[in-house]
Each structure stands twice: as C-alpha cells, then as structure tokens.
Design a binder for this molecule. Structure first.
Ligand SMILES: [Zn+2]
Length: 209
C-alpha cells in the first residue's frame, strides 16, 4: 500500500482514524506494518503490501468464506468456460463503460481484479476490496502483468464493514455477487448514517451487483 491510502481508510469497527506503525517499506510502498485505530485501539496488520481491515471479531461464516475463495482464486479462470457467464461478463463490462467512471472508484468484492483492471484502464484510481487474500494476491499478479500497479490499491475488507472515511469515492461498484455473502452490505456502504457514506453525494452512482 502507498501511504496516501491512509487518507481514505478508517477503522472498520468504529470508523475512527488509523495510524501506521512499524512500517517496512520497499520502493515507496508499505510492505509490512500495523494500522492502529486512534479511537478504539483496534489493530490491523499490513501484510504483503495489503492492509487487512476486517472488523473484529471476524464472524465464523466469514472465515469459511475466506478459506473457500482463497482456495478458489488460482482456479477462477480455469473453471469459467460457461458461455452464459462469458456473456454476463460482457454485459457487466458494458454497464461499467456506460457509466463513464472517473475519479476514485471503490470496487467491492474485486475477486481476481477483472473490473479493477477495466476501471484502471479507463483512467480511474481504484481501491479494490475483497474478503479473500488469495483473490487479492491473484488480482495483484494480474495488475502487475498489465503495468497497472500504481492505479489500484488492494484492501482486505468485508462488504458489510467497509473501512473507509465518508465521501472519499466518486463511484462504487460491486460485480458478481459479493453482496450475496454480506447481508448487511447496505450498512457497509452507507456507514453509520447519511453522513457516513463512503461515496460523495454529488457524484454517487447507484451500486450495481
Ligand atoms: Zn476503531
């Protein structure tokens, strides 16, 4: 993670400000360290350059979800040869393009990074979240292969406890079912109330999934 990401982040438990401690850096990026909430004192690790911002305690159902998608990440493309899914993905891409995204965009449940790559190629700054580190690492590999590392930040987070400050994003999107796993996703997107929204009111796009 780049340190500028701290301007967007907040504690997933209480929305407090986070401070970075014990950071190890490489080429200007924080590779390892700890984020501590100035309000509630909760701590979150930065590992392999990715802040792991899961609200504590992490529900057992989410631990199972993480294990499932961690194991699935390397198989994602090999398993998707279904023509209906291929068509659906074309429609998803067309939907994203039709909204003419710009500015800073939040991708919720990024998986292996298909939409984050598209958004970055369209010129957006992207913050891509997923509950699975396996998926995030696979997304990073793909972003690196396309030379898009500096346009996308990756954050481990649950869709129903998004760790961001109010009104820091121009758009938010979620594709391919992340909200199916997070029954309280609307609360995650809206924060603790109208003033806690992560997207800017003036440019808020309806989330689509
Ligand atoms: Zn906190």
């Amino acid at each position: 993670m780049r340190e500028e990401l701290l301007d967007l982040l907040a504690c997933p438990s209480c929305r407090g400000e986070l401070k970075l401690e014990s950071a190890s850096r490489r080429d200007g990026e924080v590779i390892k360290g700890r984020l501590t909430c100035r309000s509630c004192g909760a701590t979150y690790p930065v590992e392999e350059g990715i802040p792991r911002l899961l609200a504590q305690p992490c529900p057992r159902a989410y631990r199972a979800l993480m294990a499932y998608y961690d194991a699935y990440a390397p198989l994602m493309d090999r398993n998707y040869h279904n023509p209906r899914i291929a068509y659906m993905r074309e429609v998803e891409d067309a939907c994203i393009r039709s909204t003419r995204p710009s500015g800073t965009v939040l991708d919720i449940g990024c998986g292996t990074g298909r939409q984050a790559i598209l958004l970055a190629e369209l010129g957006c700054r992207v913050v891509a979240t997923d509950i699975s580190m396996g998926m995030l690492l696979e997304a990073r590999r793909r972003l690196h292969a396309r030379g898009l590392d500096d346009r996308v930040e990756l954050v481990q987070a649950s869709a129903d406890a998004l760790p961001f400050r109010p009104e820091v994003f121009d758009r938010a999107c979620s594709i391919f079912g992340a909200f199916n796993h997070a029954p309280r996703w609307l609360r995650g997107l809206s924060g603790s109330g109208a003033s806690g929204r992560s997207t800017r009111p003036s440019r808020r796009g309806a989330p689509y999934s």
